[in-house]
Design a protein around this ligand. Structure first.
Ligand code: FAD
Length: 426
């Protein structure tokens, strides 16, 4: 038997492969693309890595971009803009900075790291029918192939998947002509009832640029951004971006260098949508072997709170530790226990994220944001908790929790009733 087989070389698969390699567990990584093909591809996402993931990157020895965090690049805070009248504009600082590296560069480099350290990589796209022969070859097969067709192997869990349709339409891209903010950080803008915009310092092929990541409420006033496809009408797309910024995010629009604003490279735009889905984390193949799902295969969330890659990295460490702790048999018992450990973290991420997708915004979210706009300590905790998402869910999981949290920080929860204020949306 050839140790562990990992299908898919995204954050989940690569972090697990590097973790097992570091602990001398034999591992084969089945990657769809070579490092070169990865670099040449279309923008796959615009995923920020928060402080918790950066700790794991240091542990794996793949923190190649830490040198950029010298004050000139990185995610050191959130600049919040809540588009009510008058707008709420405030900042929340991170204790541990995050960073956003183009995933084409990041994944390619980690694949090279794994190979240079002696790791075995097999290139090619696997089909569901390949898993049975693979499971005969390996002690355990872990499927970490993202949102592709292999997800179908793992049944959807309706009790953990409240939505059956996308709650946002996604339009993200890399742009020039968008100046960095001071201090350098992520702009988190909300246009109540219409969607959100994340303005992110983004490290790509020619260095520091900005990603503009729009989350559009279906049927809301920004949906027109999805009606024009960048590939078909680049100029029309760019002028729609400007229109939407002007109408919904005026503080960003006013900062733009309008003579320069434009998509960096033709393959740097991604438009689509995701139905948040939790799947069973394991399945039994016809030959009686079990395979485990990890990362987006197991739980795919809308990227609203920017947690998928971070959760995928966390999952890799959970699975790696479970393999080291008990390798007597990778049977149903092992899979069930590992799934419970995975859900312990990603369950909070999922519930928090799904809560934040609601339109109009839940009243305790509005209360938290109003309090954060008046109390910097509240804003700092909410911002820094992006590296500890369970703590933000601790604060928001019920109105009582939010009130108790605000009291701890010397803030009164603003009294609101359903339908008010405008910040709640609609
Ligand atoms: C617009 C956008 C913004 C986002 N922003 C954030 C953010 O700020 N922070 C955050 O944490 N997350 C964010 N996410 C989510 C994050 O990108 C994903 O959750 C994360 O990439 C999941 O990692 P993964 O390893 O599970 O899957 P993936 O990253 O999808 O990797 C899967 C890999 O498997 C390969 N593969 C696919 N099919 C096969 C096959 N059949 N055989 C072999 N290989 C295969 C693919 O080529 C790919 O390399 C964002 C997502 C989007 C779309």
């Amino acid at each position: 038997m050839e140790g562990i087989g990992i299908v898919g070389a995204g954050v989940a698969g690569l972090h697990l492969a590097l973790y097992l390699q570091q602990h001398n567990v034999p591992v084969t990584l089945y990657a769809e693309k070579t490092a070169e093909q990865q670099r040449e591809g279309r923008l796959p996402n615009t995923a920020a890595h928060w402080g918790n993931t950066r700790v794991r990157e240091r542990e794996l020895g793949v923190n190649h971009w830490d040198g950029l965090l010298d004050g000139k690049f990185g995610n050191f805070c959130f600049h919040f803009y809540i588009g009510i009248d008058p707008p709420l504009i405030f900042r929340g600082d991170f204790i541990e900075p995050g960073i956003t590296i183009d995933q084409r560069i990041y994944l390619a480099r980690l694949l090279e790291d794994f190979e240079e350290r002696g790791g075995k990589v097999v290139i090619g796209s696997l089909q569901a029918s390949d898993l049975e022969p693979l499971s005969e070859q390996h002690d355990l097969v872990v499927v970490s192939s993202g949102r592709g067709s292999l997800t179908q192997l793992f049944p959807r869990m309706p009790e953990r998947s409240p939505y059956t349709q996308p709650q946002r339409l996604i339009c993200t891209g890399i742009y020039h002509g968008v100046p960095q903010r001071e201090p350098i950080g992520v702009g988190l803008h909300i246009s109540p009832g219409h969607g959100e915009l994340f303005e992110m310092p983004y490290w790509t092929f020619d260095g520091a640029q900005m990603a503009l990541f729009f989350e559009l409420v279906p049927g809301g006033g920004m949906e027109r951004l999805m009606q024009v496809r960048y590939e078909e009408d680049p100029k029309g797309f760019e002028s729609t971006v400007l229109d939407v910024l002007k109408e919904h995010f005026p503080s960003t629009y006013e900062r733009l260098n309008r003579a320069e604003i434009g998509v960096a490279l033709p393959q740097d735009v991604l438009q689509g949508s995701i139905t948040p889905t939790v799947r069973r984390a394991y399945t039994r193949l016809e030959n009686g072997k079990y395979v485990l799902a990890m990362g987006d295969v197991h739980v795919v969330n809308d990227p609203l709170m920017g947690q998928g890659a971070n959760a995928a990295s966390h999952a890799a460490f959970v699975v790696g530790q479970a393999i080291l702790e008990d390798n007597l048999a990778f049977d149903e018992r092992w899979c069930r226990r590992t799934e419970a450990r995975l859900w312990d973290f990603v369950g909070d991420v999922t519930e928090w994220n799904n809560y934040m997708l609601q339109v109009p915004m839940p009243l305790n979210v509005v209360q938290l944001l109003l309090a954060a706009s008046q109390n910097k300590a509240v804003a700092d905790v909410f911002a820094d908790n992006f590296r500890r998402p369970g703590r933000n869910w601790d604060i928001l999981a019920s109105p009582e929790r939010t009130i108790a949290f605000l009291h701890q920080y010397g803030s009164e929860a603003p009294l609101l009733s359903a339908g008010e204020p405008a910040a709640a949306g609609e």
